[in-house]
Ligand binder design. Structure first.
Ligand code: LHQ
Length: 284
């Protein structure tokens, strides 16, 4: 992470509320009691990414990141899929002038989205119903937590079309499920079901399709009612610690705990414990 979450928390103003656009071409955006639900909405092509949808998603994530009234983000797909990766029908490998397209330039747009999701100081939940293939699978892995429906199918589809995993798959997968399973998913490019994903630790839980929406809503509500600043600091501590030695992680833990100690939610948590009542967190 380039900018520490902690620094950005201090820079944000408590009363700050950003204007959330809702008039998107390829997204549905709904906001309810601290939860923003972003639905990728190109169901006729299984929500595969074209440039406008990627741009709209990036803009919405960026706004959600800086809006203090939003305390949990849910990312999902409309219809029967989470997403089928890059829209292959609209992706040319050669420019109009005959020059080959350098796909790495296109990928930087996805990289920007991924970094916004990982660095925002609040939880991002991937809600996966149906297929999550290719770069859509890896955008789901970029979320902090995932809930799957029992019809979920996670596919690292890249090797099926002679590519390498992109969208952070090579980074996220081994960290979530270990190198052996990551290699298996990437080389074989077979489907991993929702149940198997739960067993592997790829998702928090897999639930029957009929219970999916209620489960996601309850999960998101729980997170939105949690100690948001603590959650932001936890993201920073865990993600950075993956790259640190023990001493550096312990140093960071001290710095971030100093910050957590100053929050109203810490005070409320301790008071609630001593008074034997449930805590009422405000995210401050
Ligand atoms: C699609 C797509 C799709 C367009 C289904 N595009 N139409 C690569 C290049 C450049 C830069 C960035 O990064 C990448 C990374 C990637 O993401 S590469 C991986 C791209 N994705 C794939 O290779 C997956 C392609 N799709 C499939 O293999 C299947 O559709 C899956 C397994 C996802 C789902 O299978 P089914 O449930 O049997 O659905 P379907 O195949 O019948 O698809 C439904 C419709 O959606 C169909 O259109 P149609 O007009 O026949 O109803 C598909 O053509 C369309 N569709 N994926 N990526």
């Amino acid at each position: 992470m380039d900018t520490p979450v902690s620094r950005r928390i201090m820079e944000t103003h408590d009363e700050e509320e950003c204007q959330m656009r809702t008039d998107f071409q390829h997204l549905l955006v709904q906001q309810d009691e601290g939860v923003i639900t972003i639905t990728m909405n190109r169901p006729e092509v299984l929500n595969s990414f074209n440039d406008p949808m990627l741009a709209e998603l990036t803009e919405t994530m960026e706004t959600a990141a800086s809006d203090d009234t939003i305390r949990c983000v849910v990312l999902t797909g409309a219809g029967r899929a989470f997403g089928a990766g890059q829209d292959l029908s609209g992706f040319a490998s050669v420019h109009d002038d005959g020059e080959p397209v350098r796909v790495s330039e296109h990928l930087t747009k996805y990289h920007r989205l991924i970094k916004i999701m990982r660095e925002m100081p609040k939880p991002v939940v991937g809600a996966v119903r149906g297929v999550a293939a290719g770069i859509s699978c890896n955008i789901a892995l970029a979320c902090d937590l995932r809930i799957a429906a029992d019809n979920a199918r996670f596919i690292e589809a890249f090797a099926r079309i002679g590519l390498v995993p992109d969208g952070g798959g090579a980074y996220f997968l081994p960290r979530l499920i270990g190198l052996g399973k990551a290699l298996e998913m990437s080389l074989l490019a077979d489907e991993v079901s929702g149940q198997e994903a739960e067993r592997l630790g790829l998702v928090t839980k897999c639930v029957p399709l009929a219970e999916f929406e209620d489960t996601v809503a309850a999960f998101a509500k729980r997170l939105a009612n949690g100690p948001t600043r603590s959650y932001g600091l936890i993201k920073e501590l865990l993600y950075k610690s993956m790259e640190l030695d023990l001493q550096s992680s312990l140093n960071l833990e001290g710095q971030l705990q100093d910050m957590a100690f100053t929050t109203a939610d810490h005070k409320e948590g301790v008071n609630a414990f001593l008074q034997k009542r449930p805590a009422k967190y405000t995210g401050k």
